[in-house]
Design a protein around this ligand. Structure first.
Ligand SMILES: Nc1nc2c(ncn2[C@@H]2O[C@H](COP(=O)(O)OP(=O)(O)OP(=O)(O)O)[C@@H](O)[C@H]2O)c(=O)[nH]1
Ligand SMILES: O=C(O)[C@H](O)COP(=O)(O)O
Length: 197
């Protein structure tokens, strides 16, 4: 069983724009980098994840050992679609059994959370909602069967990702955990960011 992680990250300076009213650009970038470093380190420390990829325009100073997959520059869904096509489109013996997509803004993420995603039930698409139950903070896609999954980040993405999984004929496994729910989007969420700062 092989499982690869894919972590999308915006260009330096572009992330967390919804926090612009409460954090200056340097503080926002420091927060983005600290959360990314935490998510990458957690993925690297998860035994059930064999490889860790970043998807974005730059590696934010992270080690070159982490492969950067290109971002076409047309938003999160297009960036993830390109990454999935690339990983699922390799020679059949090189395609992993699962790809796990993880948001880079999860300061409480643990290796146990990532293990739940990597070890999702056979054939199921696992989806981790945000604290409101409306957004999506992580997805686990079985390959090659879910290679045609369409990413639908944006409003109501949790419900839309569940519908997309069902459209493809997969069971949905909902993963609920503090580490996967607590992304940092709005000023009110900052109370949950202290652990990485
Ligand atoms: N590569 C890539 N990553 C993205 C893109 N848009 C969002 N992301 C990443 O996707 C994850 C979830 O995004 P959001 O929670 O919306 O974070 P954000 O875009 O930094 O926040 P806002 O600017 O406030 O919307 C974060 O890890 C972002 O860096 C994109 O166009 N390309
Ligand atoms: O689809 C979503 O969940 C959001 O558009 C992107 O994630 P966010 O909740 O981290 O902004």
């Amino acid at each position: 069983m092989s499982c690869w992680a894919v972590i999308p990250i915006k260009a330096a300076g572009d992330g967390k724009s919804r926090l612009a009213g409460v954090l200056d650009p340097a503080a926002r970038e420091a927060l983005v980098d600290a959360m990314l470093a935490h998510v990458v380190a957690t993925a690297l420390a998860t035994p059930s994840l064999d490889r860790v990829y970043l998807v974005g325009p730059s590696r934010h100073g992270l080690d070159e050992a982490i492969t950067l997959l290109p971002d076409p520059g047309a938003g999160l869904n297009a960036a993830l679609q390109a990454a999935l096509a690339r990983l699922a489109g390799q020679a059949p013996d090189r395609v992993p059994d699962r790809v796990v997509v993880i948001a880079a803004d999860l300061p409480h993420l643990s290796t146990l959370d990532l293990d739940l995603l990597a070890r999702a039930r056979d054939g199921a698409i696992a989806i981790a909602p945000d604290r409101h139950g409306t957004g999506t903070n992580a997805l686990s896609l079985p390959l090659p069967d879910a290679a045609g999954f369409t990413f639908l980040f944006g409003e109501d993405s949790f419900a839309r990702h569940c519908a997309e999984a069902e459209r493809l004929g997969h069971n949905v496994e909902t993963i609920l955990s503090r580490g996967l729910e607590k992304d940092i989007d709005e000023p009110a969420d900052l109370a949950d960011a202290g652990s990485v700062l």
